[in-house]
Write a protein of this length. Structure first.
Length: 110
């Protein structure tokens, strides 16, 4: 998807504060954070939403969640806890049509 902002970030066509990267996953600071630590973790492969996942994507989703664990450890928020959030579709509050996991922490969150 050439017009997808997250695909452009994954391809490093536009700048982002990248905090973690593997062959399949990239994570960067959210530009509109709601917590001191607010990182978006995305697959480099374009998948619009959870709704669009296929069985072959199961390992990729596991890698995204495990990446969140590793990032939280590197940011020293594992002990006190953090929030993981995936919004699905318009009614779920998804603003960018590219699957992304929010990792938020650094303060108590409800």
């Amino acid at each position: 998807m050439s017009d997808c902002i997250f695909c452009q970030i994954a391809k490093k066509e536009i700048p982002a504060e990248i905090v973690f990267e593997t062959e399949n996953v990239i994570a960067f600071n959210d530009t509109k954070p709601v917590a001191p630590i607010h990182i978006l973790i995305i697959p480099k492969k374009h998948i619009a939403s959870i709704v669009d996942l296929e069985e072959k994507d199961a390992k990729l989703i596991t890698e995204i969640i495990y990446s969140a664990k590793k990032i939280a450890e590197s940011k020293n928020i594992s002990k006190d806890g953090y929030k993981l959030l995936i919004r699905v579709g318009k009614n779920g509050g998804q603003e960018v049509d590219h699957l992304h996991l929010h990792l938020m922490g650094g303060v108590p969150l409800s």
